[in-house]
Design a binder for this molecule. Structure first.
Ligand SMILES: *[C@@H]1O[C@H](CO)[C@@H](O)[C@H](O)[C@H]1NC(C)=O
Ligand SMILES: *[C@@H]1O[C@H](CO)[C@@H](O)[C@H](O)[C@H]1NC(C)=O
Length: 423
């Protein structure tokens, strides 16, 4: 009797437990599907913000969709401060001494210089006048990011700090650099011709880039930076192609700024070059070499920072109000490569920087920056006074400067990453 009662109690408790367990499961799956649909909605909203209605769309051979967007509908004008901004269709001033150093003599001239470097999507069409080309962001692009909010933004602490107070910090962040730099003056721009390669990336969350940095302020919370160059970033673009990119921030990569046109800020005026689009062709080891010229300078009249690609393409400008320190001038310029090492426990990634070959190998094998210039306070392009160099682990990626008549100030940089001396 007692036993029967006891077991009935047990059954009742069991039923209750099963019921509670099912209830738990249902609410869990409800919560999961709710948060999944909330994320989907958030992604859609973000895509609608980024992808403006196109006048025309060009399908690039690499799978990109290039939207031709009316110039006054570009993302920059979502910025509250730019609501009444009148687009400047040309800079007031161009730095002096721009073209003479581009006359290259024959000795070390890259063999394919007559072949202009272009963007892959040019094979399939052009954007009409009055529009600008923008690489369309796809749902999967945003889903690869750690969060919708972080899409198109660099991870924190990505800046090479040649004279860091805490060297351990540099190594911890996993970012590795091989750069040349100038500091100790006021700078109003920088220029370089950058050899273009397609470095191998070991892990999809790593990247390899070659760029210049225009820096203002100290390396604190309010660091200002304008950056431009080429990058391979599977995370950002979903493939291993070499792409033209820009970046800006006015608070050390925290809340402000982004890659390319992935937030409002940069105002593009050029209808031929798309930020984030693939560059083609790229250099091959012991074979044809290709390079791109990038010039960033501050217009002395309006104070905006302009960018030029090659000799022909003025891409547009970062309005002065985006910045604090850079609203006046830059305090440091850096040129060089950066990779992310995500290997744990002191192991090194085999992600390549530059060509994946060390500076010692020289032209045709190692990647270079040549005709390095800075813009001074009289709007003149000048050779840098003293080029410093910096690398965290020269056994993994290294840098070597030099100068001669044709290339002016130059350096070779990069390396293979993991190798017997960099385990
Ligand atoms: C990118 O390259 C890596 C190896 O370097 C390869 O494993 C990966 O599949 C490539 N990704 C794409 C999208 O081609
Ligand atoms: C970074 O770590 C490596 C290996 O532990 C070390 O050899 C190198 O000196 C470090 N670099 C800096 C700048 O601290």
């Amino acid at each position: 009797m007692g036993n029967a009662h006891f077991s009935r109690e047990r059954i009742r408790t069991g039923v209750l437990l099963v019921f509670l367990w099912m209830l738990g499961l249902i609410s869990l799956s409800c919560a999961a599907s709710l948060s999944a649909s909330r994320q989907k909605l958030q992604v859609q909203k973000h895509l609608n913000r980024l992808n403006k209605p196109a006048v025309k769309t060009i399908k690039s051979p690499d799978g990109d969709l290039i939207d031709c967007i009316h110039i006054s509908h570009q993302p920059a004008f979502d910025h509250p401060f730019l609501k009444d901004h009148k687009i400047q269709m040309r800079p007031n001033y161009h730095p002096e001494g721009l073209f003479d150093e581009d006359k290259i003599s024959d000795t070390e001239k890259p063999k394919q210089r007559s072949n202009p470097i272009t963007q892959l999507w040019h094979m399939n069409g052009k954007c009409p006048q009055g529009t600008i080309p923008i690489r369309r962001t796809k749902e999967e692009d945003v889903l690869r990011a750690s969060s919708v909010k972080r899409y198109g933004k660099k991870k924190l602490r990505a800046i090479p700090q040649p004279r860091s107070v805490d060297p351990d910090l540099i190594n911890q962040s996993g970012h590795q650099h091989a750069i040349a730099y100038v500091e100790g003056d006021k700078y109003y721009g920088a220029k370089a011709t950058i050899n273009v390669w397609e470095p191998k990336i070991q892990q999809p969350n790593e990247f390899s880039l070659s760029q210049l940095w225009i820096l203002g302020g100290s390396f604190g919370e309010d660091l200002n930076s304008i950056e431009a160059g080429w990058q391979v970033s599977p995370d950002l673009y979903g493939d291993n192609n070499t792409r033209l990119f820009t970046y800006w921030t006015s608070d050390a990569y925290q809340a402000t700024g982004c890659y390319n046109l992935l937030c409002s800020g940069f105002i593009q005026i050029n209808s031929e070059i798309a930020m984030g689009a693939s560059i083609s062709p790229v250099s091959a080891y012991r074979n044809s070499q290709y390079d791109i010229s990038i010039l960033v300078w501050k217009d002395p009249k309006e104070g905006h920072w302009w960018m030029q690609f090659g000799n022909d393409y003025v891409l547009g400008y970062w309005p002065s109000f985006l910045f604090s320190y850079l609203a006046d001038s830059a305090s440091m310029i850096e040129w060089g490569g950066e990779v992310v090492n995500s290997e744990p426990d002191g192991h090194h990634t085999s992600t390549q920087m530059g060509s994946g070959h060390f500076p010692e190998e020289g032209f045709g094998k190692s990647s270079y920056f040549r005709n390095i210039r800075v813009v001074d306070d009289s709007n003149n392009l000048k050779a840098p006074k003293e080029l410093g160099t910096f690398t965290e682990q020269s056994n993994c990626y290294d840098v070597q400067t030099g100068s001669n008549g044709d290339w002016g100030h130059y350096f070779y940089y990069g390396g293979p990453g993991k190798n017997p001396n960099c385990p």
